[in-house]
Design a protein around this ligand. Structure first.
Ligand SMILES: *[C@@H]1O[C@H](CO)[C@@H](O)[C@H](O)[C@H]1NC(C)=O
Ligand SMILES: *[C@@H]1O[C@H](CO)[C@@H](O)[C@H](O)[C@H]1NC(C)=O
Ligand SMILES: *[C@@H]1O[C@H](CO)[C@@H](O)[C@H](O)[C@H]1NC(C)=O
Ligand SMILES: *[C@@H]1O[C@H](CO)[C@@H](O)[C@H](O)[C@H]1NC(C)=O
Ligand SMILES: *[C@@H]1O[C@H](CO)[C@@H](O)[C@H](O)[C@H]1NC(C)=O
Length: 289
């Protein structure tokens, strides 16, 4: 810590007059406050932009000292809201498990290859939605410590959406689109085949165990002219979307376009259509001389 003659109150070199001694002590005090135990004062840095991680993958949270000095003998702590229990604690050269949050046990690795240059990182494996948010890393050397903040943004791309179609009230048609595993909350967009946006009612719910969002979205169509529709689930964070398309049943055009895809019930209709078309063609040929 401080030079021993300061702690014991001893005077400076004997040749100094009293005023010089006071100045000497003042200078010693100043240098004492700047450099705790002989090492210079340090700060800790981390990326200032949020890090992005996909659900189920891994991510490194790096921190480094402002100076090129070793952090091998320091206590290095990564934590969420409160310092203890920590997300990861590395002390006296080993990882300390007793002070680790349950949700991070067995899920972190301390990366120490550049510890001698004051750099370290904690790798989180199998990232979950609950990892989204703020982290702090604290480097402690004796009584001196410094820390900084890191931000992690977690993204989850959900399952392929599925559309179910059924008869609605009166003449209408009802369609429901479902998909799960999204993070953060996705957007939902319904369109008809002409690209017109359709009004819908959407329910997003987060799983209490994984934090991932499920989507259930409904549209009701009263307009008999809509031949088909698409449901898109959109992650604005990833700038990606997943789309499902459905052709609505019960429309003659639909039956002709995708003939084989329809079940027996529609066969008489398509046969009737083919018959009518053939008749009209024959008529046309006869009328035109
Ligand atoms: C840090 O210091 C070590 C020696 O102490 C040196 O080899 C290394 O190049 C330095 N790194 C940087 C980034 O200055
Ligand atoms: C990853 O985390 C999820 C949710 O916590 C869990 O269901 C899954 O088994 C984990 N996968 C691995 C490889 O540990
Ligand atoms: C995820 O964390 C970031 C900061 O890392 C924060 O800005 C964002 O609001 C969080 N998202 C959710 C859905 O909590
Ligand atoms: C939305 O979903 C949640 C969970 O599945 C359910 O409890 C809630 O009743 C639903 N709300 C509506 C309006 O469907
Ligand atoms: C969607 O429609 C189904 C069936 O009518 C209904 O049970 C469900 O609550 C609706 N969900 C929303 C979000 O409106």
């Amino acid at each position: 810590m401080c030079p021993w003659h300061l702690r014991t109150g001893m005077r400076g070199p004997g040749i100094c007059p009293p005023s010089c001694s006071i100045l000497f002590i003042f200078l010693q005090l100043l240098s004492c406050s700047i450099s705790g135990n002989g090492k210079a004062d340090f700060s800790v840095f981390a990326p200032d932009k949020p890090l992005l991680a996909m659900v189920g993958e891994e991510v490194d949270l790096p921190c480094h000292l402002s100076l090129n000095i070793s952090a091998e003998d320091m206590e290095l702590r990564w934590y969420r809201d409160q310092p203890s229990p920590a997300m990861h604690l590395h002390k006296n050269g080993i990882d300390v498990q007793d002070e680790q949050m349950a949700e991070y046990q067995g899920r972190t690795t301390f990366l120490s290859t550049r510890l001698a240059q004051g750099q370290a990182a904690v790798r989180i494996h199998n990232v979950t939605a609950l990892d989204n948010g703020t982290f702090h890393c604290n480097f402690k050397d004796g009584i001196m410590s410094a820390e900084t903040t890191l931000w992690l943004r977690v993204a989850g791309l959900g399952s392929e959406p599925k559309i179910q179609v059924g008869p609605g009230q009166s003449e209408g048609v009802w369609a429901q689109c479902t998909s799960e595993g999204w993070y953060p909350e996705p957007q939902v967009e319904w369109r008809d085949l002409g690209g017109q946006s359709l009004p819908s009612v959407t329910n997003l719910s987060a799983s209490p165990t994984t934090g991932l969002f499920s989507v259930v979205s409904n549209v009701t169509l009263l307009d008999r002219d809509v031949e088909g529709l698409s449901c898109s689930i959109i992650s604005s964070l990833l700038q990606r979307r997943k789309v499902a398309k459905s052709y609505l049943p019960g429309r003659t055009e639909d039956v002709i376009i995708s003939g084989e895809a329809h079940t027996g019930a529609w066969k008489p209709v398509s046969l009737a259509c083919v018959f009518m078309c053939t008749c009209m063609c024959v008529l046309c040929v006869r009328v035109v001389p």
